[in-house]
Structures are given as C-alpha cells and as structure tokens.
Design a protein around this ligand. Sequence first.
Ligand SMILES: [Cu+2]
Length: 382
Amino acid sequence: MAIRRKLLGGCAALWGLTQSALTQASSMNLRPGVTETSQEAYELHMLVIVIMTVIAVIVFGAMFISILLHRKSKNPTPATFSHSTKLEIFWTAIPALILVGLSVPAVKLLIKMEDTSGADMSVIITGSQWKWHYKYPDYDIEFVSNLATPWETINQHKGANGELDENYLLEVDNEMVIPAGKKIRLLVTADDVIHSWWVPDLAVKKDAIPGFINETWTMTDKPGIYRGQCTELCGKNHGFMPVVVRVVEQQEFDAWVEEKKAEKLAAQKAAEEAAAKSWSLDDLMAQGEKAYATNCGTCHQVNGEGVPGAFPALKGSPIATGPVEKHIELVIHGPASKKMPGFAYLSDADLAAIITYERNAWGNNTGDVVQPADIKAYRAGN
Ligand SMILES: [Cu+2]
C-alpha cells in the first residue's frame, strides 16, 4: 500500500513538473502574434522545433546507446572496421533533403513578408535619436512619437505609487494608429543613425537606415494595442524609444484621421496666435521647461548639465549665454557636426520658449527674452 501511495505521489509530482515546464516553455516560446505572417512564422518555427527534437533524439540516442553497449569494459578488443560509403552517402543525403525541404516553406514565407504590392495605405516611419516619426502620406498627417514614461519613474525605477506600470518604457504620447483588415505598407528609414522598428506581435522588424527606405507591410484583423521597441543599438537612449501600434476598426480610424487633422489645424491656429502675441518671461519659462524636457532633456539632461564627453552642458554654455542669433540658428538647423538634429519642425512658440528657458535656467540668467516673432523673423531670413 505504502509503495503504491508513494508511486502515485511521485507520478503526481512528475505531472506537476511537466505542467510547469510546459508553461515555462510557452512563456519562453516565440509568440504567435496577430497577423497571418506572424502566425505562419510561428507554425514554421514549431515545425522546425519538432524536426530538431526528432533529430536530436535519434543522434543522441545512437550516441548514448553506442557509449553504453560498446564501452571498453564490455568490449576489450575493439572492432577494426572503418568507413562505410553507403552509410556516409545516406547520412549526408538525409540532412540535405531535410534542409531543402525546410527551405521551401521558409523562402515562401520570406517572399510573402517582402511583398508589399496591393497595399491599401502607407505609413512612413522615421527613426531618430530617440523617437519615432510617423507620416501618413495618404492623409497628410504626421507626428512625433515620444516615450511617455516620466523620467523620474525611470531614474528612481519606481512609479508614483511605488510600483512600475505594466507598460513601463513601452508607452508613448502618440501611438501609430492603423485600420484593421487593411494591408499597410511600412516605409522605414532614419534621420541620424541606424534604428530598427520592431513589433513582435506583427512579426515586423525592419532596420531604419539613414539614406535608405526599407519596405515591409502588416495586416491584422485583430484590433488592439501592440508594443515593441527600437531593436538596433542606436546610442545612449536606445532603450527609451518604444513603438506602440494601435489597430482599430476602419470607422474608428477615419474618426482618428479627422481628429488628427483637426488637431493639426488647431495647432496651426494656436501656433499662429501664440506667434502673434508677445509672451511674458514667466510664460516662456513655464512653456520652455516642458518643451525642453520633451525635446532636449534626453541628451542635455533636465538639469542642463549634459553628459560629459557626449552631450555638452547648457548650463553656462557659450552658445546658450552668447549671441541670441547663433543660439536660434543652432537649435533650428543643428550644429555643423550633425551630432544633434535640427528642430525646425517645432513651432515658433515652442522654439522661443525653449531658447528663452535655456538662456535663463540653471543660473544662465542672461535676462534675454526670445519671442515667437523673433523665431518667425529668423525663419523668414534663412
Ligand atoms: Cu533607435
């Protein structure tokens, strides 16, 4: 009786172990994703795993059986045969056939992944240190997508409630939105260094290379939010430029397009109004602090002290405390060294606020006030 109970207990324990091993394995496994290509890639991967396992069992089985049955203690005088041409042809031909057999579905899927023909719409994705820029040429929409996790959370490695949010480092201010059930052509490039746009659930991973436009596509019927990251080491904040794709039904997408267009018009109007009015130093400083943190803080640091050897301090910087014109020129066009991107795409008001902020924060106390009108005048003259 006791033995039977022990045996049963052992079986149960073994079963439990197998279960937990399987769950472990599935959490380590490739994910099936939400597109046809991602699912086909997953199935192909599983097929290869099965074939690999069978081969491993046969090869290691043969090896261990030989070691066991033909060990020295059992066979003091070894056999003297060597070579078997037939066997050698056999074990060269079989793996070759397996490889050729596997290459057929693999190449088919690769060709399918590369085939961007018949797309319903395009999105141009541009990587730059350290954000993504999305442009919808069919709808005349474009925007920049920045990491939304606050820097305090990152620096302290805990959120306001003491814990990290589920989407820590995987959240952005502007998601890329696409309609479900439509073939989306993705044109991927970069401004500065090589980045790579990667969303595992879509099985899309495409290098973003300055001067090249790489093409790929995606299509899913499943609305949802899919997250990814830059996956090409692109500098100090490589880990801080996530990708978030929101897939919505066509109707919702149309509404989003309208909303973005309205936003753009409103922003244009607000920018015109902001550019037309004269700002107080306090207003410029408040606006500048925010815009600086979003656009410049990743490199020059929020405290203006920069990163020695990589990004110059703006606190006491000769440019931030020197002639205003040179400061405006550098921020709009970037330096000749190209080590910093130009920020011409920011609004006159944001640029004026940032530049005023840099000239008066961290003890730079130049007292200079740069108005949006100054930026406008600079742009008109250059
Ligand atoms: Cu990157």
